[in-house]
Design a protein. Structure first.
Length: 146
């Protein structure tokens, strides 16, 4: 079992190594990220093709239809299968929009007030530390989004 101090050293070490990797090889990191996203879209496409092919064979076998009728039936079946979750997603997003419209301005005012009070309570050294951390974060972000 790792002691809490060793765990903290390990966490800081991994964070430092990650920062060094991100700063020295941002193009490799972004390329890897794009490749992972591309892989998941390819996987989604393969699953969709498999479902469509299975539905084609199933409908053709069950209803003894020709190719064109099978394709029309499968198309409308897939449209129906996709539209039902999209309808529920639309309803959920409407509720989320109205909830956020009511609560976010209140939360913004609360967090803004807390931040102002926190900043006023900080010492000059702590303020300089916050500014330095912000500058480093902006520097790293500029490397990531080049």
């Amino acid at each position: 079992m790792i002691s809490p101090t060793n765990r903290k050293i390990l966490q800081y070490g991994l964070a430092l190594i990650s920062l060094v990797i991100i700063m020295t090889m941002p193009d490799v990191i972004m390329g890897l990220l794009f490749e992972v996203v591309h892989f998941f879209f390819e996987l989604l496409f393969i699953i969709f093709e498999w479902v469509e092919s299975t539905l084609d064979k199933l409908i053709e076998h069950l209803f003894h239809t020709e190719l064109h009728e099978t394709q029309i039936i499968v198309f409308y079946l897939i449209v129906g299968i996709v539209l039902l979750p999209l309808y529920y997603l639309w309803r959920m997003l409407k509720r989320l929009f109205y909830w956020s419209k009511e609560t976010l301005p209140l939360k913004w005012m609360l967090y803004k007030t807390q931040a102002i009070f926190y900043w006023q309570d900080l010492s000059s050294f702590d303020k300089i530390k916050w500014i330095a951390i912000t500058v480093v974060a902006i520097y790293l972000a500029s490397f990531l989004f080049m």
